[in-house]
Design a protein around this ligand. Structure first.
Ligand code: ADP
Ligand code: ASP
Ligand code: MG
Length: 823
């Protein structure tokens, strides 16, 4: 058999129950043919916590420590029963007797109320002892050659404040002796976390120390690699529980991994890398629930060219600021300060750089905060009395945020981007530090802002700037068609143009659906039908305005007069808006102006090309003319698809009322056709265009000719449709007189450069472009200084769900371009 070792380590969740032990065995079995496999195990998940808790209970005279122990014992016995039902007797006995011993120790703690650190260390490590024996028993019971090793018999360390110092020489000798003696089995199951001190006491490598055990044993056994099996796919760009969009980093250098771990990426213990660096051992982080996933490779170089690898946050920090004029230029102040803190065992996690020596600012774990403050006040007692040190300021509930990546060294502007992302997210930075390695930038912020900050940073550095969180309100004809069009294009837009459109919410007047991950738009109709969430605009908007995505946009595909009341607050919160809804732009001028001011102030976009002429580029064209310095002399157009249809069809062969009824039946009118025939819709569009031209006008500035006879304006819809015929003669007369002079009749909106506006019936000669309109075509003629004798004409279908939805879609892509998407 080969004498080459490979090390696999299974964390608590990877050995949480009998099934997980089986899965762990499945993972290592194939390796045994080529190498000897050392399997380092954690305690079953929750066991270390349970044991430490039992000690604390006993020390505080809480009898329930015994129940806690009983619970843990039962869990182990049940797991053994499931794992090795027939051969478990001796292991059962061992574990029962260990629990008895622990119970006696805790009885002593209960009586004396003294939980010595040594006792806690002794008790806490038992989870690993049991776990190793259980996996070993399972392997043996299934016919594999296995042995197990109690790390306390070989691994010698000395505790040193929050960590341990490894006696490499002695540990190596011990391991060599053990190897010489041990049976040449395929598998050796080794207890993680535990070790012994020089005087032979049981100790541990401190919380989460099994990762370190694994790399220590990899070094001692001269293994080429160590694989750390956990419950996530690798090291993520940020804690995946906090940042839903985090992705697995394929490769990290040892230093990058160590910094991420040091700054809170719990997936790996920060000290794990030192033994690996010394012996150039490759460390893999992989998911025991998904062994086929590639995982993260940690080695001496990371070939990936990402300048930033990831983000992490250390919580429960306190920030201490020592300030005083007496500190300027006085040598040794920092030395005195940090020396005193070290002496009382306070660990300093980060020191902020400041070019002035006026103050020293640093972060310590919350648990050490009061001790640190007290110590500083003691050692600087005289300076405080003399006023040379003025304040020792303690700020609790802080968190250190770190950005890690080797590529930072070569690239300019990373720090700028880091702080501007935090600033944009409204996160307050209390202190800053940049490691001298330039491998990390860290900042102290308030703890309650940690998730928001991580998400903002992640989106600024990791996501394409064209990642849009989209909420669609209104899933009727236009909203529904828009969603269908998006469904058909979303994939190509992502792959071909890098525009990442994520519909994360759809709402109609009754229900809504909210999504976080990848949403398969395909089934949106069914899903909305079956949704059990009632429509809730606040909740909807909050969800769409996700912190972890760079941009949010709400598409208001309704005709509601209420939704526009929210627009200003949405843009002020940083949400872009796209809408075919005319209510906002034709509403009171004051709200119109204030919405634009808010959008400008917050640098958000409000796009509404479909307000006039559906998908036709009318607003866009007008803006282009004005912005390039042209002067508008007159805008004239057939702006209502409905009225266009009705008047295009009104050629004398059928009565006007017949045509209105037909248009109504074909769904070409509003449910009540009077809304179209009154001319209000045309007036709204005129106001929108006039305001684009810079005219400060309200709706009542438009002189509107209504085509609804006065006596039918307040009639019921049925009455109106049934009796409209009695007015046919009046409109027939208008048509006849128009035709008598070789003209046609059109319902037209006009804006003159003096600001006068009208909407009404006009006549046009047969060779005029307005005369040849078809169906529900719109046409707009822009007469300008440049396009004077020959006006610029935009013409085409100006109504209908397909073209309107496409117009909304075009606005969405325009938004993506404004946000930086390549054309
Ligand atoms: P184990 O029991 O296997 O040792 P841990 O709970 O100690 O597992 O570590 C894994 C957990 O670390 C993950 O479930 C994840 O929630 C958390 N975590 C925090 N930051 C990161 C990160 N950057 N990448 C991956 N996991 C992370
Ligand atoms: N079981 C120990 C703990 O929970 C060690 C580890 O799992 O890494 O801290
Ligand atoms: Mg762990």
């Amino acid at each position: 058999m080969t004498s080459k070792w490979i090390v696999h380590k299974f964390g608590g969740t990877s050995v949480a129950d009998a099934d997980r032990y089986r899965a762990a065995a499945e993972i290592v079995l194939p390796h045994a043919s080529d190498e000897r496999v050392a399997i380092v195990v954690s305690a079953m998940s929750g066991v270390t916590n349970g044991l430490i808790h039992a000690v604390e209970l006993a020390a505080s005279r809480d009898e329930s420590y015994a129940n806690k122990l009983q619970e843990l014992l039962t869990r182990h016995l049940e797991t053994i029963e499931k794992l090795t039902p027939t051969q478990s007797a001796s292991l059962r006995e061992t574990i029962i007797s260990d629990f008895k011993a622990i119970e006696e120790v805790l009885r002593g703690v209960w009586i004396t109320r003294i939980p010595s650190e040594r006792i806690t260390e002794f008790v806490a490590g038992h989870g690993e002892l049991w776990s190793a024996q259980m996996l070993h028993a399972y392997l043996e019971a299934n016919g594999h050659s296995s042995t197990w090793l109690d790390a306390r018999t070989v691994l010698i360390v000395e505790p040193d404040s929050n960590t341990v110092v490894i006696d490499w020489k002695l540990s190596q000798e011990n391991v060599n002796l053990w190897q010489a003696d041990c049976p040449n089995t395929n598998f050796v199951v080794i207890t993680g976390y535990v070790a012994a001190t020089h005087d032979g006491s049981a100790t541990t490598l401190k919380r989460n120390g099994s990762d370190l055990s694994a790399s220590i044993f990899a070094a001692l056994l001269d293994a080429d690699s160590v694989t750390i099996w956990t419950d996530v796919d690798g090291v993520y760009s940020a804690d995946p529980r906090r940042v839903p969009d985090a992705i697995v980093i394929p490769e990290l250098s040892y230093q990058e991994a160590a910094e991420l771990a040091y700054f809170g990426a719990k997936v790996i213990h920060p000290n794990t890398m030192s033994p690996a660096i010394a012996k150039n051992i490759t460390v893999w982080i992989k998911n025991s629930f998904k062994p086929e996933a590639p995982g993260t490779r940690i080695s001496s170089s990371s070939s990936s060219d990402l300048p930033i690898k990831g983000f992490a946050a250390v919580e429960n920090m306190a920030l201490i600021n020592v300030e005083g004029t007496g500190m300027i230029g006085v040598p040794g102040v920092a030395h005195k300060l940090f020396g005193a803190l070290r002496a009382v065992g306070v660990s300093i996690v980060m020191i902020s750089q400041a070019s002035s020596e006026h103050s020293i600012c640093f972060a310590v774990p919350s648990a050490h905060a009061l001790l640190a403050k007290k110590t500083i006040e003691e050692i600087f007692f005289a300076e405080l009395q003399r006023g040379e040190v003025q304040t020792v300021d303690l700020r609790e509930s802080c968190c250190i945020l770190a950005m890690v990546g080797e590529g930072m060294i070569e690239r300019l502007g990373m720090a700028g981007q880091f702080f501007s992302a935090l600033g944009k997210a409204g996160v307050n930075v209390r202190a800053i530090a940049q490691g001298s390695s330039e491998r990390n930038i860290s900042a102290v912020i308030e703890q309650h802002e940690a998730t928001k900050a991580l998400r903002a940073l992640h989106s600024a550095f990791y996501l394409s700037s064209q990642t849009l969180s989209i909420g669609v309100i209104g899933a009727g004809l236009i909203g529904g068609t828009f969603l269908d069009q998006l469904t058909a294009r979303v994939q190509e837009l992502r792959t071909e143009r890098g525009i990442d459109l994520r519909v994360r919410g759809i709402m109609n007047s009754r229900k809504m659906i909210l999504h976080d991950g990848q949403f398969l738009l395909d089934g949106w109709r069914n899903e909305l039908d079956q949704s059990s969430s009632d429509a809730d605009i606040e909740q909807f908007v909050n969800h769409v305005h996700a912190e972890h995505l760079p941009h949010a946009v709400i598409v208001d595909a309704t005709a509601s007069a209420d939704l526009p009341k929210h627009y200003e607050s949405w843009v002020s919160r940083g949400i872009n808006i796209i809408t075919p809804n005319k209510q906002s732009n034709s509403g009171p001028l004051a709200s119109y102006v204030s919405l634009r001011n808010a959008a400008r102030k917050h640098q958000r976009y409000f796009l509404y090309e479909t307000n006039v002429g559906a998908g036709l580029p009318i607003i866009h064209t007008l803006r282009g003319l004005i912005e390039t310095g042209d002067q508008i002399i007159k805008i004239e157009g057939v702006l209502s698809g409905t009225l266009s249809y009705i008047l295009n069809s009104f050629d004398g062969t059928r009565t006007f009322s017949e045509i209105v009824r037909e248009a109504h039946q074909l769904g070409l009118t509003e449910p009540d056709p009077r809304l179209d025939l009154s001319g209000v819709d045309v007036a709204r569009k005129l106001i929108i265009l006039a305001r684009e031209m810079g005219l400060q006008v309200e709706m009542d500035a438009v002189e509107v000719e209504s085509m609804v006879p006065e006596d039918l304006r307040s009639a019921t819809l049925e009455e109106y449709l049934n009796t409209l015929g009695k007015h046919d003669h009046a409109i027939a007369d208008r048509l006849d007189s128009a035709r008598a002079t070789g003209n046609v009749l059109r319902y037209v909106g006009v804006i003159n450069n003096d600001g006068s506006m009208s909407a009404g019936l006009r006549t046009y000669p047969l060779d005029h472009p307005f005369a040849s309109l078809k169906g529900s075509d719109n046409i707009v003629s822009f007469q300008t200084a440049r396009y004077n004798t020959q006006p610029m004409i935009v013409r085409g279908p100006g109504a209908g769900p397909e073209v309107t939805a496409a117009g909304v879609f075009a606005d969405l892509l325009r938004l993506a371009s404004f946000l930086g998407a390549p054309q």
